[in-house]
Design a protein around this ligand. Structure first.
Ligand SMILES: C[S@@+](CC[C@H](N)C(=O)[O-])C[C@H]1O[C@@H](n2cnc3c(N)ncnc32)[C@H](O)[C@@H]1O
Length: 301
């Protein structure tokens, strides 16, 4: 599975991290690991959150059993723990921020989830053998790396033939609302975004209970030291350069379908005008509320 030297601590494999941008980013997440577990959360409550998430519920069904799965930039590894729970898949949660992984590791231990492994490494460092995984998920991560395309190019290699990649990135058009709020945040601080950010407004209905979540959302959306945005066409180019066939996207490339009902079913890429329209449209629906994150799913030839 691994091609570089590591230290093993229970089910956690620890590699040397040397890149300065990554070190800077991990120092940031050490302060506010993302996403934060809710107080008193256990595998049952995490499972019901996962079952209510359109993407992760379909992903868990798609993985079925006996699959090898990796989540790159898993943070506190909530998605990985959800995917591991109740299956015999081998789930690898990969992240350079040790503190985040340790939270995921503790959750797995406390909840007796034994088919999850933690990898403390940087995507740049190519620590994983080629052709290892059936599915790789990397959401909310590449746009926080020094060179998102270079980081992406590490993923196809570790997929098996016919393996699937799912990537989530901030959209250049769909993140306009957050970009405007970021400008105001600089001058007016937390008070401004608590009122104007729909996610924070919702969390702030119970500020005591959600204190940690509020802190990690503000940090992730408004304080991040490394952030870039990307378009559908950019990712289509990345896929083409790495022999990845486009399968589907959220939102869909097709104006008539906002969100595809089956994300693993092949759909068309439509035309450039339609794709731009779909991305601008993100500002007027829940995609914009959630910071303009879009998902692309591809299959390795
Ligand atoms: C916003 S969090 C996303 C966490 C999780 N994927 C989610 O969507 O909830 C970004 C994560 O990317 C990780 N990350 C940043 N640079 C990375 C790199 N070079 N290689 C792998 N992961 C990285 C960070 O440590 C952090 O945990």
């Amino acid at each position: 599975m691994f091609k570089k030297k590591f230290k093993k601590i229970d089910n956690l494999f620890k590699f040397e991290i040397s890149d300065n941008v990554t070190k800077n980013v991990t120092a940031f997440y050490d302060f506010a690991p993302f996403p934060n577990y809710k107080n008193h959360q256990n595998k049952h409550s995490l499972n019901s959150i996962g079952e209510n998430n359109f993407l992760f519920k379909q992903l868990k069904k798609f993985l079925g059993n006996n699959s090898n799965f990796i989540e790159i930039g898993s943070g506190t590894s909530q998605v990985s723990n959800y995917l591991a729970y109740g299956t015999n898949n081998k789930i690898y949660a990969f992240d350079p921020t040790l503190k985040s992984l340790e939270m995921g590791q503790l959750f797995a231990k406390n909840n007796n989830i034994n088919n999850i492994f933690f990898v403390n490494a940087d995507i740049y460092d190519d620590v994983i053998e080629s052709n290892s995984f059936d599915v790789a998920l990397c959401s909310g991560v590449l746009h926080h790396t020094r060179d998102p395309y270079e980081s992406f190019s590490k993923i196809p290699k570790i997929l098996k033939k016919n393996g699937y990649v799912i990537i989530g990135l901030y959209n250049s058009y769909g993140r306009i609302r957050t970009k405007i709020r970021r400008m105001f945040y600089k001058y007016f601080g937390k008070k401004f975004v608590i009122f104007f950010d729909p996610i924070l407004r919702n969390l702030n209905k119970d500020p005591k209970k959600n204190a940690e979540k509020i802190k990690s959302w503000i940090n992730d959306q408004y304080e991040h030291p490394v952030e870039s945005t990307h378009s559908f066409d950019e990712v289509l180019r990345w896929f083409e350069l790495h022999n990845i066939e486009f399968i589907n996207s959220i939102p869909s490339c097709d104006c008539a379908t906002s969100v595809p009902s089956d994300i693993f079913k092949k759909s068309g890429i439509t035309n450039k005008m339609e794709r731009i329209f779909q991305q601008i449209r993100m500002n007027f629906n829940s995609f914009g509320d959630e910071g303009g994150l879009f998902i692309f799913i591809g299959k390795k030839w």
